[in-house]
Design a protein around this ligand. Structure first.
Ligand SMILES: *[C@@H]1O[C@H](CO)[C@@H](O)[C@H](O)[C@H]1NC(C)=O
Ligand SMILES: *[C@@H]1O[C@H](CO)[C@@H](O)[C@H](O)[C@H]1NC(C)=O
Length: 312
């Protein structure tokens, strides 16, 4: 038999080098950050979903209050929405369940909210493994709640709306004021982790942390196509926001984000390891003596104009 390749090519060391080179490249192509590594390396993560709660970093701390004994597993099967009388199987029904609730989604779905969706304490939205879109009126609000995880959801085209009634925690019908149309509002809430979501194209902003909220981590999200992206503190007279602590880590801001990535009033924002590709007015800004620690961010300035300026 004739061997076409020179014999040295078939030798063991050559293949070994080739093989390790290949493995190295595959690994280099998909580096995982510290948050993802914590759950994603487990090929069987679907059966260990609650491990995610231990993967958070920053001011939210570890989300271990969301898991363990008594955690209710709720599966969203119905993309429908009824704000006053939520039906079992819908997302709104799940987010109002009291106590530790771990919410997953049976299949890919598009949920069109009729009114703002209130998320109660100890709730996790886990969109891993499916493609879940939430859009519609006002979108998600974490109001006076703590221990909330929102992971792996696409939230977009959230519309402003006038005042109205929605069912809140404990089945109470709550009158709500007008909503600006943000993808996620964190209002007077604490211990909130927003990870791996894709947020874009809403009426007002994508993510607001206001009303004296504390201990929030915003990580691994993709923010795009938005005028004003993220507001931490909305009112100069709201001194309670001095207590606000927000970690903004490993997010992507691109393309077409104009300003507020974030814009901070009072409070402390640790802004670390984010990617900014282009901005129009500014990327990071603040007023009312905020503390902003900007560390290891990657700023790719737009080509036009004088955009590479740091003003203290
Ligand atoms: C925010 O929550 C804290 C503690 O839950 C409460 O004391 C405070 O009054 C709330 N602030 C507003 C404006 O609702
Ligand atoms: C915020 O986090 C700090 C440090 O972990 C903790 O001491 C404090 O109680 C937390 N506050 C709230 C309201 O969760």
């Amino acid at each position: 038999m004739r061997i076409c390749a020179p014999s040295r090519f078939t030798s063991f060391p050559f293949f070994f080098i080739l093989f390790s080179f290949f493995i190295q490249n595959v690994c280099l192509a998909k580096p995982m950050n510290v948050i993802d590594k914590c759950w994603r390396q487990d090929t069987n993560w679907r059966n260990h979903r609650q491990r995610l709660a231990r993967c958070s970093v920053g001011f939210a701390g570890k989300m271990t209050n969301n898991i363990g004994k008594g955690t209710i597993r709720y599966i969203v099967t119905d993309p429908g929405d009824d704000p006053l009388s939520p039906q079992p199987g819908t997302l709104r029904y799940g987010t109002l369940i009291e106590g530790k609730t771990w919410i997953t989604f049976r299949k890919n779905m598009k949920i069109k909210l009729q009114k703002v969706l209130l998320i109660s304490s100890y709730t996790t939205l886990d969109g891993r493994g499916v493609d879940v879109h939430i859009e519609g009126n006002a979108c998600l609000v974490i109001y006076k709640a703590s221990n909330v995880i929102i992971h792996g959801i696409q939230i977009h085209h959230c519309k402003a709306q006038g005042p109205g009634l929605v069912m809140g925690p404990r089945g109470m019908i709550m009158p709500l004021g007008p909503m600006d149309g943000d993808a996620i509002g964190v209002v007077n809430a604490s211990k909130v982790w927003i990870d791996h979501n894709t947020l874009y194209s809403c009426d007002d902003g994508l993510l607001d942390v206001t009303g004296g909220s504390k201990n929030v981590t915003i990580s691994n999200n993709w923010f795009k196509n938005q005028e004003g992206v993220m507001l931490l503190g909305h009112d100069d007279s709201y001194l309670r926001d001095q207590q606000m602590k927000v970690t903004i880590v490993l997010n992507r801001f691109r393309p077409n984000c104009n300003q507020r990535m974030p814009r901070v009033r009072y409070g402390y924002a640790h802004v670390v390891n984010n990617l900014y590709q282009g901005w129009k007015q500014y990327a990071i800004g603040g007023s009312m003596h905020p503390i902003i620690k900007s560390e290891s961010n990657d700023f790719i300035a737009p080509q036009s104009g004088n955009k590479k300026v740091v003003i203290h």
